[in-house]
Design a protein around this ligand. Structure first.
Ligand SMILES: Nc1ncnc2c1ncn2[C@@H]1O[C@H](COP(=O)(O)OP(=O)(O)OP(=O)(O)O)[C@@H](O)[C@H]1O
Ligand SMILES: O=P(O)(O)O[C@H]1[C@H](OP(=O)(O)O)[C@@H](OP(=O)(O)O)[C@@H](O)[C@@H](O)[C@@H]1OP(=O)(O)O
Ligand SMILES: [Mg+2]
Length: 401
């Protein structure tokens, strides 16, 4: 809109701050979208980095006025118009490195189309080529792990201080361990926020499963317990969870594990998606309460499936308000802000439950890096606004030349 002159000079000036510049344009500027259907051999020989980079840079230069009115006028036919702009608009290039599963769920057509209309271009990072040959990127979005990848990202950040890496690999790493992931929540004191946020009591078992019954008793953990793999590395195995009704059966499981007290919560879980400063909450069904009577009668460990997946949405269900009422907004705002700072992350989600029988005692049971945003309502708007805001604030922070 801005580029095509659909925002009038008057509108801009009404907002104040606007600088008036003269720009000569031959025709409205628009991102030229070229779809291609080529064999991989043709793609490789034709769509070389030099072509992609030139196409991208040329667009950005025109938008930024780096191609001067003189140059345009020399070409003849140019019409001179007055355009008021607040600051130069630039194509925001977002390089992404995601698994194919993540790419499918996140980079949906509705996101790509909206992004393109807002001047954001998503570019797949080719892991087989040096990253520096593929940029320049304004933002790098990634959810890959491994030492080699971390080194690639860190090296790129050092050489391209202007690039915004979402997020730093060492900060993401902190969430790959179920013990360290909750540590920052345990350290928080959120008084005056209309509620209390706790983490379930838990212990880590690194080896020797035969010692578990003794260790559980020593630590004073109350049954039932949820047994979770210590490391969350994106594999299906790292999401294999068990419910233990007695401590002896836990010896059957394979360490390293986290044993976490099960908190009755009325079978509803709140998934709090954080995208920079934006927060969205959805409700999902979860494990039902376990009564004292059931605990007394049952023994053993039971594997349970991914109970709170997207298919278990409880958003459009008529829930008992004592269970379904969303956590208070001030509490969520403060929790998200604190975790953003303490974790040094901008893209994550918090799994939270309300202790059954209370109105305002909440437990954080899990924090995930770059969760399934594709299932967050209106994620395409939230995400594109976030990306533009990031680049804009970086631009503002730059000292004036
Ligand atoms: N301490 C707990 N008390 C009660 N229920 C729990 C507890 N921990 C986990 N659960 C139940 O198990 C489900 C999965 O737990 P958690 O989120 O820790 O596992 P996950 O494998 O990391 O799952 P995901 O990545 O899908 O969020 C939760 O949605 C909740 O239903
Ligand atoms: O698969 P989806 O897109 O739904 O996203 C899930 C994501 O898988 P992916 O990153 O491989 O895609 C999971 O990540 P890993 O722990 O396995 O790394 C975890 O964050 C889940 O909580 C996400 O589901 P959500 O809870 O947000 O619905
Ligand atoms: Mg999780």
């Amino acid at each position: 809109m801005r580029i095509n002159g659909e925002i009038t000079p008057q509108e801009e000036e009404e907002k104040g701050e606007a600088k008036t510049v003269r720009l000569s344009i031959q025709q409205p500027r628009k991102l030229v979208v070229v779809g291609y259907a080529l064999t991989s051999k043709k793609k490789k020989s034709f769509l070389q980095p030099k072509l992609e980079v030139l196409a991208r840079v040329f667009w950005a230069m025109r938008i930024n006025g780096e191609i001067t009115p003189q140059e345009e006028e020399e070409k003849g036919e140019a019409k001179t118009v007055r355009l008021s702009i607040q600051q130069p608009r630039k194509l925001v290039v977002v390089g992404y490195a995601l698994t194919s599963k993540k790419k499918k769920s996140f980079l949906q057509p509705k996101l790509e189309v909206l992004a393109r209309n807002k001047g954001i271009l998503f570019v797949a990072i080719d892991l087989n080529r040096p990253l520096s040959d593929q940029g320049p990127f304004d933002v790098i979005l990634h959810k890959l792990s491994g030492k080699d990848w971390c080194e690639v990202i860190e090296d790129y950040q050092q050489k391209h201080l202007e690039a915004i890496v979402l997020d730093p690999p060492d900060a993401i790493q902190h969430l790959h361990n179920r013990q360290s992931m909750l540590q920052d929540v345990a350290d928080l004191d959120l008084s005056d926020c209309q509620g209390k946020v706790c983490v379930p009591r838990q212990m880590v078992v690194n080896k020797d499963p035969s010692s578990i019954p003794r260790e559980v008793t020593k630590a004073g953990l109350k049954l039932p317990l949820v047994a979770k793999p210590l490391v969350v590395d994106g594999t299906a195995k790292s999401h294999e969870l068990f419910l233990a009704y007695d401590e002896f059966s836990l010896s059957e499981l394979e360490p390293p594990l986290v044993l976490q007290e099960f908190v009755n919560h009325g079978g509803v879980l709140f998934k709090i998606y954080v995208v920079g400063e934006a927060i969205k909450v959805v409700r999902r069904f979860s494990l039902p309460n376990i009564s004292k009577c059931e605990l007394a009668k049952v023994a053993g460990v039971f594997r349970f499936p991914r109970v709170s997946s997207a298919a278990s949405s409880a958003d459009d269900v008529d829930l008992d308000p004592s269970v379904g009422e969303l956590p208070p907004r001030p509490l969520l705002e403060r929790l998200a802000r604190e975790l953003r700072h303490r974790l040094g992350l901008r893209l994550f989600n918090i799994d939270m439950i309300r202790e059954h029988g209370t109105q305002d005692v909440f437990y954080v049971i899990d924090i995930n890096y770059f969760p399934g945003y594709g299932k967050m309502p209106d994620y395409e708007h939230t995400f594109t606004d976030f990306l533009l805001g990031l680049v804009q604030s970086k631009y503002k922070k730059r000292p004036a030349k």
